[in-house]
Design a protein around this ligand. Structure first.
Ligand code: NDP
Ligand code: GDR
Length: 372
């Protein structure tokens, strides 16, 4: 039987890598995209297929996780063998601003999708992947965190994802569905949304290096994260649906770095050495100055990083470190891309974009450098 996948969140970072991966595996891939006032398919434009061609293998459908009838209709039309629920309001800080919307999409959206599968009589034939998260561990109860570590969510996002985690387990137990949670730790790439910390850093520092911006304003730089590469992680999402029995898995690298270290790695990649100054409980006084550099737009002593308390969160997740032993043993998980290689790839991509923008500016065109 031919394999047919349906991906919610196909326009996002993971959705784009997963769609590429499944197309390479010979799948027919369907993705749900949201209606937006401007094109929002930049991450998947390179795999777009004209609907007028024959044997189209990559198809997009308008839809939204807040819309039950829409999800049911798409499921009945596509009849997927595998569903990957990657769609979400995925920004932790934004979830404090929009808690109700986040709950509707991330928690109830997952229920809507599971119900649509069941309502369509596909619960025994369709396998389901839920994008669960290390944010479930929040205020960590054990170091490192594994599948059995108790949850303690610290944001409306994490609380919504906790509902989604348990409703996935519940549908597996209640209806015998092949449904799994991938408890994925942070994973990044050049396609990462611009307001997540790694991309904010590689993009911001690249802009600074070519003179488009002067300073990067940061929140809690002592936060510790276990960062992997999205390209490696989507393969694990697929592998979780290829097992004999559905199970939940932690996917992580098992190595932890601070946000400050990520800034230093990025600066080093750009040929800039930083000197940190200042201290204080709230970190407001901390700045990074250029000590030595090869970037033409900078000079020694320039302040390029500064703390702005607006980026502190009402409740923070200070430290996350995953134990991927179960995935190693049962899925053969070994991450291929190291953090250093990822930083290199992200900086190369953002520096190229910054140079293009700088060239436009030099020729009198206005360029917008939005920062958040
Ligand atoms: P992104 O934010 O890059 O992508 C999220 C996707 O969800 C986008 O395609 C977005 O559409 C879509 N979306 C948002 N709201 C809705 C909605 N109401 N209905 C349908 N689709 C919607 O996230 P990632 O690719 O990084 O992450 C994928 C999933 O994995 C998310 O569920 C995230 O919470 C989870 N996760 C991510 C981790 C990470 O480190 N990246 C780690 C652990 C879990 P649009 O493009 O239009 O905004
Ligand atoms: P996170 O990712 O909250 O872990 O959620 P993010 O990159 O936003 O933050 C990581 C850590 O960096 C600190 N930080 C800042 N974060 C942002 N965004 N902007 C800043 O200026 C800044 N300064 C410091 C944060 O406080 C935090 O401690 C991501 C998302 O992809 C979720 O969807 C996913 O579930 C988890 O990873 C695993």
């Amino acid at each position: 039987m031919s394999k047919v996948a349906l991906i919610t969140g196909v326009t996002g970072q993971d959705g784009s890598y997963l769609a590429e991966f499944l197309l390479q595996k010979g799948y027919e891939v369907h993705g749900i995209k949201r209606r937006a006032s401007q094109f929002n398919t930049q991450r998947i434009d390179h795999i777009y297929e004209d609907p007028h061609i024959e044997n189209q293998r990559f198809k997009l459908h308008y839809g939204d996780l807040s819309d039950t009838s829409n999800l049911t209709r798409i499921l009945q039309e596509v009849r997927p063998t595998e569903v990957y629920n990657l769609g979400a309001q995925s920004h932790v800080a934004v979830s404090f601003e929009s808690p109700e919307y986040t709950a509707d999409v991330d928690a109830i959206g997952t229920l809507r999708l599971l119900e649509a599968i069941r309502f369509s009589g596909m619960e025994k034939t369709t396998r389901f992947y839920q994008a669960s998260t290390s944010e479930l561990y929040g205020l960590v109860q054990e170091i490192p965190q594994k599948e059995t570590t108790p949850f303690y969510p610290r944001s409306p996002y994490a609380v919504a994802k906790m509902y989604a985690y348990w409703i996935t387990v519940n549908y597996r137990e209640a209806y015998g569905m092949y449904a799994c949670n991938g408890i994925l730790f942070n994973h990044e790439s050049p396609r990462r949304g611009e307001t997540f910390v790694t991309r904010k850093i590689t993009r911001g520092m690249s802009n600074i290096a070519v003179g488009l911006e002067s300073c990067l304003y940061m929140g809690n730089m002592d936060a510790l994260r276990d960062w992997g590469h999205a390209k490696d992680y989507v393969e694990m999402q697929w592998l979780m649906l290829q097992q004999d029995q559905p199970e939940d898995f932690v996917i992580a690298t098992g190595v932890q770095y601070s946000v400050r270290q990520f800034i230093e790695m990025t600066a080093a990649e750009l040929g800039v050495t930083l000197r940190w100054e200042g201290a204080g409980v709230d970190e407001k006084g901390i700045v990074a100055k250029v000590e030595g550099d090869k970037a033409p737009a900078l000079k020694v002593g320039d302040v390029v990083v500064q703390v702005d308390p607006r980026y502190f969160r009402p409740a923070e997740v200070e430290t996350l470190l995953g134990d991927p032993s179960k995935a190693k043993q049962k899925l053969g998980w070994t991450p291929r891309i190291t953090l250093a290689e990822m930083v290199q790839e992200m900086v190369a991509s953002d520096l190229e974009a910054a140079r293009k923008q700088a060239l436009l500016k030099q020729h009198g065109y206005s360029v917008a450098v939005s920062r958040e």
